[in-house]
Every structure is written in structure tokens, then in C-alpha cells.
Design a protein around this ligand. Sequence first.
Ligand SMILES: Nc1ncnc2c1ncn2[C@@H]1O[C@H](COP(=O)(O)OP(=O)(O)O)[C@@H](O)[C@H]1O
Ligand SMILES: [Mg+2]
Length: 257
Amino acid sequence: MTQPIILEVQNLSRSFGKFQALGGISLKIPKGKLCALIGPNGAGKTTFYNVVSGRYRPTIGKVFFEGRDISGLPSHALVARGLLRSFQVTNIFPALTVRENVLTPLAVMRGLSFSFLGSMARRPELVDEAEAILARVGLRGQSHRVVSTLAYGDKRLIEIAIVLACQPKLVLLDEPTAGMNPEETDRMIRLIKELSDKSEITFFITEHDMKVVFSVAENIFVLNQGTLLAEGTPDEIRSNREVKQAYLGGSLDAASH
Ligand SMILES: Nc1ncnc2c1ncn2[C@@H]1O[C@H](COP(=O)(O)OP(=O)(O)O)[C@@H](O)[C@H]1O
Ligand SMILES: [Mg+2]
């Protein structure tokens, strides 16, 4: 039985001047799975997301989303097709309320203007939708709070709410737990797992905590120095000799400096 593929990259490369950050990566992401991209610092994970999400153009290679060639398309065109990369905290409007932050992308998705926030009462169905999304990410009851007053972990949940408001099919999350304390990390990972289980959305995340990766990811892709070192289930990756060597080498280097 062949599984539908939502994202396929073929021989993807990206250079910055003479430096090749990605060197010929080919991989396929099955629809609906929770996949993880791992690899030592500087391996090219963020660059990979930047190229796939349209922030950078590939130097060589192609990206296919739902079978269509999307190589080099700008981010906004990809968002419209359902390929999203998580917004960073800096993309959240701190002076607006939690609800307004979710209403904004809901309005944009419908071609409404920003000024619509002032006349929200006329669009109660959008308010209901915003509330439903906030409940889904665990921010029920926080709607009227101004975002700047929220704890860091809650702000990052708004990022997820904004992504959901864009009706994504594939979500790339680059270190969604960066800077979080253990409870916030646990809450974020449980949310991603639950969204993955209960929706059709495909998630492709990077995460530095290997315990977290091996406990939630269904497929793992390992990058090393811009190339794909291995891919497989958590069990396959755990027992992969080259992966062990790449990580062991890294920690030995770190220990000897
Ligand atoms: N815009 C850029 N200009 C020059 N070099 C870059 C740029 N973005 C990333 N790099 C380089 O590409 C390599 C991979 O970086 P990155 O993708 O951020 O790795 P990771 O996310 O796996 O830690 C690093 O050596 C980094 O310095
Ligand atoms: Mg990175």
C-alpha cells in the first residue's frame, strides 16, 4: 500500500556564497504523519525550512507540494495552498488581544481587511471560529488578554493558533519548544501530538531534545552537514550506526573543547 506524499524534495541544494548549507537533499513526507528533522547545530535544518517554505530560493533542486512543483514560490503563495511555517513570536501583535491575533489571519484568509477588527460584531461567525481555535490550543478564557501580558509559553501557543487559522495542510515548526521551561515544552509537544492525531494536518518539526523526538515522531530525518544522513522510524534511527557516530562525534568534540 503506498501512502500519499504531501511533500517531496528532490536534490535540494542551497548555497550562501561558496558555502553549501544544503547539498542535494531528497526526501518524502507522508501525509498526516508527525515527522521530525534532527541533526547537530548548523546541520541545515532551519535553512531546509527556509527553502521549503519559500523564504529562500533553492540553488538547485525541486520542491513538490501535493504533487505540484512549488520550487521558488514565495511564502504567501504557499500559505494560500496550505503549506505554513510557524510564525515567530515577533510576528504576533503584542498590543492586540489574544482573540484579535487569531481573528487577523482568519480575516486575511477571507480577503477581509485589517479594519474589520473594529467591526467584529458584524462577523460573529469569525469570533466563534477564533474561540474554537483558541480552545483547541489550550487558551480558552484568555481571549481578551493583551498578548504582551502573557507568559512566554502562552505566546508561543498563539503562534500555533495563528497557524491553525490559516487552515494548513502541512506545518513546519522550527524548534517550537525553544526557550521553554519543561512544563511549557511538555504542553507544546502534547498539543502538536494531539493536533496530529486528531486532524489531517501533517507536522514536520525540529526539536533538540532527543527524548521528545523519539517519543512523538513517527518518521525521523537526520541531517548532517547539509546532507540527509538517515531516515526511518524512531527504532530504525536509534539503531543506525552512522547516526550514532554523527551524534557521538559531536558530543566528543564538545566535551574536548
Ligand atoms: N542567510 C545565511 N547566510 C549565510 N550562511 C547561512 C545563512 N543561513 C544559514 N547559514 C549557514 O548554514 C549553515 C546551516 O545553518 P542552519 O540551517 O541554521 O542550521 P541548523 O538550523 O541545523 O542549526 C550554518 O553554517 C549557517 O551559518
Ligand atoms: Mg536551526
